[in-house]
Ligand binder design. Structure first.
Ligand SMILES: [Zn+2]
Length: 115
């Protein structure tokens, strides 16, 4: 299945391939403030329709995760980081996907605050 996603104003647009089995609700310092419901997919399953230069990027602490956001409307539809094997993963905010009702998703709590 292919999902369309993006920010509120449309400056960031992308498609994600895969099936949303479950999403992660993380309690780390940034996820708890943003309210993200994260769907992890290999980075190559996310096809960006926006020039990379149009993405705002925020990093903190180790700087290993690139939290992207729209400089125009402020939405933060995805982040990119490497997993333990070094493979790039995208953490897509399921709330920014078209046609996905968050209340229908299986939400798994993750204690990111303690990591
Ligand atoms: Zn926007």
């Amino acid at each position: 299945m292919t999902y369309k996603g993006g920010c509120h104003c449309g400056r960031i647009a992308f498609e994600v391939q895969g099936d949303i089995g479950q999403v992660i609700e993380c309690n780390c310092s940034i996820c708890s403030k943003r309210g993200s419901l994260l769907w992890f997919v290999p980075r190559d399953q996310l096809r960006l329709h926006t020039p990379a230069a149009d993405l705002g990027t925020y990093t903190f602490r180790t700087g290993k995760i690139r939290h992207h956001f729209c400089p125009t409307c402020g939405c933060a539809p995805f982040a990119v980081g490497a997993d333990k094997t070094g493979a790039l993963q995208a953490a897509v905010n399921a709330r920014c996907l078209e046609g996905v009702a968050p209340s229908t998703l299986k939400v798994i709590p993750f204690d990111g605050r303690s990591v």
